[in-house]
Write a protein that binds this ligand. Structure first.
Ligand SMILES: *[C@@H]1O[C@H](CO)[C@@H](O)[C@H](O)[C@H]1NC(C)=O
Ligand SMILES: *[C@@H]1O[C@H](CO)[C@@H](O)[C@H](O)[C@H]1NC(C)=O
Length: 449
């Protein structure tokens, strides 16, 4: 939700937008189920690809880096267009270099820190593919999305995140002539933080004004966070934008700093974090939803008229564990109706009681989110937070605020737990496993008992 800079793999590697031939790109298989009713599901042969930002990018002629510890190589990358023409994006050795594996059919395991020949890789971000060259697009209105998550080995400060971003189906291959790699190589990422650390946007390198790991452009698009979590905290959050496709931003539109509530996207979103909403005994180690064991997470996108073309009116959440369906926790706050789902009314009341800017409502709330939900790409990731140490998810935030003020406490973690240097040194072995993805009609992917 307050995601800004992603911890990138090894400083020495980089990307381009041509295709490199050093390593053959072979997408790990990750089949999913598509359901029409309980017991009526079909398997779909999907796979995953690694985001372009993690890949080695080198000169098309030879193997010199286009980007290194000192930033962009000025010879290969004097400007964005030339750089995209000069640099190639290579295939990924998923297991060895990035710690990405498929322990069983339909399961994906992401290792937090992986030692490799180049040093180490930190975190990863992958996208579900429908074919070799196209992302699998999801139309979520009047549908539900379900998966199993094992967060037992994800401590405070980490985020195992499963979400949808409104990326181009082909990664921007058709829209941007400078992009020759496309979805096969994980190009075209965007999210509601309009991240500036994306090295290639719209088929051009983001070299202009590159400083402290970010360029002057950002990559904006609507984002629906299904699952942002570790073993101590969790939130699900819609983040609508004023735009309904991947859009390169510049200046105010990026919503950086003081422009936060003037940009193209709702960076705060309207989150539902059970701990933050007043139930501190619901989620965690040994709690009602017990993070020492795998959890099934169900998210339903309800429309006003119960059809796929209606307006998004609510986002419901259920958990299933040990065969038992556990409804989401109820909010407990004076001024907020006791509800266990997200609606525009919930968002308005929450923002009012917590004293937060309701930019979510300003740019159209759930109806705006719904417009984007018809063509979303599934993102599976694990990351640590170089901006604010994941305090917005599992500790207190903003840091200077009184933790007893409504909305400030998000979880039991210490604010320092998520400092990247600390968590990378203390928990390199951390990992998350995502499995059994199911998608389909409301109430078709799990059994209500
Ligand atoms: C920068 O790129 C040029 C042209 O590809 C190459 O000759 C040079 O070795 C590169 N420099 C570094 C430090 O990689
Ligand atoms: C789904 O199940 C819930 C709980 O049993 C029920 O309240 C709801 O009406 C069902 N929705 C649909 C569309 O069947």
């Amino acid at each position: 939700m307050f995601r800004t800079l992603t911890a990138l793999s090894f400083a020495s590697l980089v990307l381009g937008q041509q295709v490199g031939t050093n390593t053959a790109e072979k997408h790990p298989a990750m089949p999913i189920s598509v359901c029409t009713a309980v017991g009526s599901c079909k398997t779909e042969s999907t796979a995953v690809t690694l985001d372009a930002n993690w890949r080695w990018t080198h000169a098309t002629t030879g193997y010199t880096n286009c980007f290194g510890g000192e930033g962009w190589n000025a010879t290969a990358c004097p400007d964005g267009k030339t750089c995209a023409a000069n640099c190639a994006l290579d295939g990924a050795d998923y297991g060895k270099t990035y710690g990405v594996s498929t322990p069983s059919s339909g399961a994906l395991r992401l290792q937090f820190v992986t030692k490799n020949d180049n040093g180490k890789n930190v975190g990863s971000r992958l996208y579900l593919m429908a074919s070799e060259t196209k992302y699998r697009l999801f139309s979520l209105l009047n549908k539900e999305f379900t998966l199993d998550v094992d967060t037992s080995k994800l401590p405070c400060g980490l985020n195992g995140a499963v979400y949808f971003s409104e990326m181009d189906e082909d990664g921007g291959l058709k829209r941007f002539s400078g992009n020759k790699a496309g979805a096969k190589y994980g190009t075209g990422y965007c999210d509601s933080q309009c991240p500036g650390d994306i090295k290639f946007i719209n088929g051009e390198a983001n070299v202009d004004g590159w400083k402290d790991g970010a360029g002057k452009f950002g990559a904006c698009c609507a984002e629906m966070d299904i699952w942002e979590a570790n073993s101590d905290a969790t939130a699900y959050t819609p983040h609508p934008c004023k735009v309904t496709e991947q859009t390169r931003c510049d200046g105010t539109d990026c919503g950086n700093g003081d422009d936060r509530y003037a940009g193209l996207c709702d960076k705060d979103g309207c989150d539902f974090n059970s701990f933050r909403m007043g139930n501190q005994d619901f989620y965690g180690n040994g709690k009602t939803v017990d993070t020492t064991k795998p959890i099934t997470i169900v998210t339903q996108f309800i429309t006003n008229d119960g059809t796929d073309t209606g307006t998004l009116s609510a986002i419901n959440r259920f958990y299933v564990q040990s065969g038992k369906v556990i409804p989401n926790s109820l909010t407990v706050f004076e001024g907020i109706d006791p509800v266990n789902h997200i609606s525009d009314n919930y968002c308005k009341q929450q923002k009012t009681v917590f004293g937060d800017n309701n930019y979510f409502g300003t740019i159209g709330g759930l109806a705006a989110m719904g417009k984007s939900l018809t063509k979303m790409v599934l993102v599976l990731s694990v990351w640590d937070d170089y901006a604010v140490s994941m305090n917005w998810l599992d500790s207190k935030f903003p840091g200077e605020a009184d933790a007893t003020k409504p909305g400030v406490a998000r979880g039991r973690c210490e604010p320092t737990d998520g400092e990247p240097a600390t968590v990378e040194a203390a928990h390199p072995d951390a990992y998350v496993v995502y499995s059994n993805i199911k998608f389909g009609a409301i109430n078709s992917t799990f059994t209500a008992k």
